[in-house]
Design a protein around this ligand. Structure first.
Ligand code: A3P
Length: 272
């Protein structure tokens, strides 16, 4: 059955593809996969499997909203669709585009200690290159240039949260953006997920039995209908060892930007 307004196919069992009303906008390496998987535990949530990159990739954006909708999972009428594309947070053109689609969309942003996020970002690129049999510079030479923090390293910019947040606040009120503490989500996911449920105004459903700590992985894994699963091996990788003096430089580098971010969002985080 073709529905009249959007040209998508309604499934006979009553499900249909819907535009997302919740978007996880980032940050890259903040714990976005963990967040969307944990959110999927909720029966009112239907989550897109892949990162859609609709609002940040021109070739996708030009295909328009019907295409975007066609990337979404089949959902029951009582379900809310969510997608996550971590690159949205740091892409300046995205806030306006999402606002144009739906000014009432609920945005989830998961952040982590900015220095830690940089190391995670480096690790991700390192492994991507390794897979392609390419080398990557050692972390010290990426982070530091001529004895100073290397401002040319893109991953540093992605951890300047206040800069990106300013772009979002031009289009969305703070109340539309819920910030998940990514460091807390690693340590103890349940309280963070309860806050997410409240923000989304969905019935409280996610509970302690949905999580168990897996010693081998060193992270919490999920339990749903008796089935247990951990995130992929690429989530929760060891980071390279960095000399303490360089870590300190990074922490210093982020100190001011962090303060600006705290002011912007009226909330502090336990970052170094
Ligand atoms: P590391 O692999 O650097 O530790 P993203 O999904 O946005 O790419 O974020 C990946 C990060 O999610 C991982 O970074 C990891 O620290 C974090 N994470 C949070 N909860 C996790 C969990 N339960 N299992 C695995 N990784 C988790």
């Amino acid at each position: 059955l073709l529905s009249a307004d959007n040209g998508t196919v309604d499934h006979p069992n009553g499900t249909a593809q819907q535009l997302p009303r919740i978007i996880i906008i980032g940050v890259r390496k903040g714990g976005t996969r963990a967040l969307i998987e944990m959110l999927s535990l909720h029966s009112s949530v239907a989550a897109a499997q892949n990162e859609v990159h609709f609002f940040d990739w021109e070739s996708h954006f030009q295909k328009g909203l019907p295409w975007y909708r066609s990337q979404m999972p089949f959902a029951y009428p009582n379900q809310i669709t969510v997608e996550k594309t971590p690159a949205y947070f740091t892409s300046a053109k995205v806030p306006k585009r999402i606002h144009q689609m739906n000014p009432d969309v609920k945005l989830l942003l998961i952040l982590r200690d900015p220095t830690e996020r940089v190391l995670s970002d480096y690790t991700q690129v390192f492994y991507n290159r390794l897979q392609k049999h390419k080398r990557y510079q050692p972390i010290e030479s990426v982070l530091v240039k001529d004895g100073e923090v290397n401002l040319g390293y893109k991953a540093l910019n992605r951890s300047l949260y206040y800069m990106h947040m300013q772009n979002w606040l031009r289009y969305f009120p703070l109340e539309s953006i819920h910030i998940v503490d990514g460091d807390q989500l690693i340590r103890d996911p349940l309280p963070e997920m309860k806050k997410v449920e409240r923000f989304l105004r969905v019935e409280p459903q996610i509970n302690a039995s949905n999580f168990y700590f897996n010693k081998t992985k060193g992270f919490y894994c999920l339990r749903e209908d008796g089935r247990e699963r951990c995130l992929h091996d690429s989530k929760g990788r060891a980071h390279p060892r960095v000399p303490p003096a360089i870590l300190q430089k990074l922490d210093q580098f982020f100190h001011q930007p962090n303060q600006k971010f705290f002011e912007l969002v009226g909330r502090t985080f336990n970052w170094k």
